[in-house]
Design a binder for this molecule. Structure first.
Ligand code: PBG
Length: 334
């Protein structure tokens, strides 16, 4: 019979026959307990202020934030990261509101840990939400970002956050030497048990756009290229990794995720620490906007994106999809 295939004992399709078999052959899995859900908070009460460029996300006052954490908790999300949207009049050149006694962000963290003592809570350490310049470091008169002047500010911010009860201090600023300075300040103040989740390889990316809208934190002048990494580089990420490990990081992170899957892989292959990846605002917004425009299926897009980040080597993913993913996971697995 001339229409028969040549003899082929190996047939990859046999392992794709049905959903159960595909389940057996699946190489990559992602559990909701590997996710960290980033949330935006504001001072006040009863506020749920939608972020236009981040569909489904809003700036939340404490009451609404607690409700969102409870909803996500019931879906299986256990880890959360908070970002503060700070009123303009509280911003200054040294981000001094970040450690103020009446800082709403610290108050909210305290109350989240009181309501959900079993959750883990990650902070953001960087000057930009509190900076009148919109930069992650101190801006000098000549417009330079002053590394050494920034470090003690980050240390002070971190200690205030540890005191508020955050489990993870999350330095996202990319100043040189900050992990060591923060670790030392935490230890000197007795916070030996507070961890550092370091933004180890954080790139100067266009994909942070919606986040900067959410916090109104875009730089007032210039860009972040003198401290965030050049998207062209990967060896440099390993250099950052070496420093962060030496300085005492507990988890190392690559950010963004989708355009940096090779960096996630390289970092994973060079460290014994857990590796996190930040599926950032612009990456999330692309999928949501694409789905709204009818270009793709939102759920399938989410699964593919998170699966790819996991497959690249991320043990932990920060993602705005966290509750959506957990809801999907629950529907699949109960
Ligand atoms: C700033 C910070 C940024 C993000 C987290 N922390 C933006 C920036 O560096 O300008 C981006 C997160 C996202 O886009 O989801 N310290």
């Amino acid at each position: 019979m001339e229409d028969m295939l040549p003899f082929q004992p190996s047939r990859p399709r046999r392992n794709r026959r049905n959903a159960a078999i595909r389940g057996l052959a699946r190489e990559t899995r992602l559990h909701p307990e590997q996710l960290i859900y980033p949330l935006f908070c504001v001072d006040g009460a009863g506020i749920e202020d939608p972020i236009g460029t981040l569909p489904g996300m809003a700036r939340l006052s404490e009451d609404k934030l607690l409700a969102e954490i409870e909803r996500s908790w019931n879906l299986g999300i256990r880890n959360f990261c908070l970002f503060p949207a700070v009123e303009e009049h509280l911003k200054d050149k040294t981000a001094s509101h970040s450690w103020a006694d009446d800082n709403f962000y610290l108050r909210i963290a305290r109350n989240v840990k009181e309501r959900f003592p079993e959750c883990s809570l990650m902070s953001d350490v960087a000057m930009d939400p509190y900076s009148s310049d919109g930069h992650d470091g101190v801006v000098t008169e000549e417009g330079r970002i002053d590394n050494e002047a920034t470090l003690p500010i980050l240390a002070r911010m971190s200690v205030a956050q540890a005191q508020a009860g955050f489990d993870w201090i999350g330095p996202s600023d990319m100043m040189d030497g900050r992990i060591g300075v923060i670790r030392e300040a935490l230890d000197e103040n007795g916070y030996h048990e507070t961890g550092i989740l370091a933004y180890t390889a954080k790139y100067a990316s266009a994909f942070y756009g919606p986040f900067r809208d959410a916090l109104d934190s875009a730089p007032k002048s210039g860009d972040k290229k003198t401290y965030q990494m050049d998207p062209a580089n990967v060896a440099e990420a390993l250099r950052e990794l070496e420093f962060d490990e030496m300085e005492g990081a507990d988890i190392v992170m690559v950010k963004p995720a989708l355009a940096y899957l090779d960096v996630i892989r390289a970092v994973k292959e060079h460290t014994a620490l857990p590796v996190a990846a930040y599926n950032v605002s612009g990456e999330y917004a692309l999928v949501k906007a694409g789905a709204a425009a009818g270009f793709l299926d939102a759920e399938a897009g989410m699964l593919e994106v998170l699966g790819a980040i996991r497959r690249a080597g991320a043990d932990i993913i920060l993602t705005y999809f966290a509750p959506d993913y957990a809801a999907w996971y629950k529907a699949q697995h109960g």
